[in-house]
Design a protein around this ligand. Structure first.
Ligand SMILES: [Zn+2]
Length: 416
């Protein structure tokens, strides 16, 4: 470990931030609120000890730049915003560890590293207030749908453009943020896993392969309402029966293809105890890292729904609610990430990310990207019980710092 890197300081600063912006229910750094602004002011104060430039871009993302000899930039990203009653590590671990890495690089290279190093705090990653995740990073990548976002309102009826005005961001110009990626040569993001995979393997750290693609659909079976006493079983058109057969089927799909499938909601009409179900609507969420496998899981679910509908003499219709392609991270950077982990704590595990992250948006913008995960205790996040062992936090700062150094060298080698 480089002597100027102090992972214990990262833990102390994370606790400082928790004390400043959390309460007995957890972290309260919801984007664009006074607590979020307080968190950012705290961050700026930490950064002001370094010879860096700090500015907010057109989408409200906060950029900190340590200029190097080359304009080519290594980006390190995270998000200081949290969900209401959130955990103490989600998003801000990345930022606070990033500050420590900036300090190490600054000290090692006397304020002038060979390439430029930039730390970005993405605005409103969580989407807790307006229901739109990855706001700042999707504005920057150019993938944000402006027409859709313009109409978003919080629970008090305040629109996203009005909330942005409060923090001096002009909604109509948010995509100008894209110019920040001009010299970006690589993007790194550290994050807690938020799931139980590393915990179950008893490993502190993992190299992330990419983020799952998602297919989200509503499936409605249309049958016929009929009296539950007078209608013989074989004369029924029971929409629920057909929908219910989908449940074991999609579990088998997930097992066969190695993805995840969830039927997250089920509503029936007329929805009374004395009637056969006339209409049953279920939602299906399917995720996979491989787009071919994801497409197959979807096609098989569709075919099965038609088969079950036919068997039950009912009809079925599908409606796509949302979809996103899998995002694969950069092969070279995944290898550097795995090397950094194995040098720090031995065994490496490579895993996909179920949740989306800002890193997916940066990768979609064409910047070589990788993420590193730190184990989550309980496999739980978005909850005040979210936690990671302090020894694992120290290891993740050390390994992530190694990854930053290796990536700097990789960028320089590519430039030659
Ligand atoms: Zn996060």
């Amino acid at each position: 470990m480089n002597p100027s890197l102090n992972p214990k300081r990262t833990i102390a600063e994370l606790k400082e931030l928790r004390a400043l912006t959390g309460d007995e229910n957890g972290a309260q750094r919801v984007a664009f609120t006074p607590t979020w602004i307080a968190a950012r002011n705290w961050l700026k104060k930490k950064l002001s000890e370094l010879p860096v430039e700090i500015h907010t871009d057109a989408a409200g993302n906060l950029w900190t730049t340590l200029r190097g000899e080359s304009e080519k930039s290594l980006l390190i990203g995270g998000h200081i915003d949290s969900v209401p009653n959130g955990g103490w590590l989600d998003g801000c671990l990345n930022i606070v560890a990033g500050v420590e890495i900036l300090r190490r690089i600054n000290s090692q290279y006397n304020g002038k590293p060979p390439i430029t190093i930039r730390l970005v705090d993405w605005a409103d990653e969580e989407g807790a207030r307006f229901g739109k995740s990855l706001f700042g990073s999707s504005a920057c990548s150019g993938n944000l749908n402006l027409d859709e976002a313009r109409g978003l309102k919080d629970k008090n009826g305040i629109t996203l453009p009005d909330a942005l005005k409060e923090v001096d961001v002009d909604f109509e110009r948010v995509k100008d943020s894209g110019q920040e990626l001009k010299n970006a040569a690589a993007y790194l993001e550290l994050h807690i896993e938020q799931g139980p995979v590393l915990l179950d393997l008893d490993l502190p750290l993992g190299a992330v392969l990419g983020t799952f693609g998602v297919e989200r659909h509503a499936i409605t079976f249309h049958g016929q309402a009929a009296h539950s006493g007078s209608t013989p079983m074989k004369r029924r058109k029971d929409a629920f029966l057909a929908a219910a057969k989908m449940s074991p089927f999609v579990y088998q799909l997930a097992e066969r293809f190695g993805g995840v499938c969830t039927i997250g909601s089920c509503t029936t009409k007329p929805g009374i105890v004395t009637s056969v179900v006339e209409e049953c609507r279920i939602t299906l969420d399917q995720r996979h890292l491989d787009s071919v496998a994801l497409a197959k899981m979807l096609a098989e679910a569709k075919a099965a729904s038609e088969k079950f509908a036919k068997e039950g003499n009912v009809k079925v219709s599908w409606e796509r609610l949302w979809q996103i392609e899998p995002v694969l991270f950069d092969k070279n950077l995944i290898q550097l990430c795995a090397d950094s982990i194995s040098e720090t704590c031995g065994k490496v595990h490579r895993l996909p990310s179920g949740p989306l992250h800002d890193a997916a948006e940066v990768a979609r913008a064409g910047v070589p990207t990788v993420m590193m995960f730190a184990q989550s205790l309980h496999g739980i996040s978005h909850n005040k019980i979210e936690d990671t062992k302090e020894e694992h936090l120290e290891l993740c700062v050390t390994a992530f710092d190694k990854l930053a150094e290796k990536t700097m060298n990789w960028i320089q080698a590519n430039a030659k």
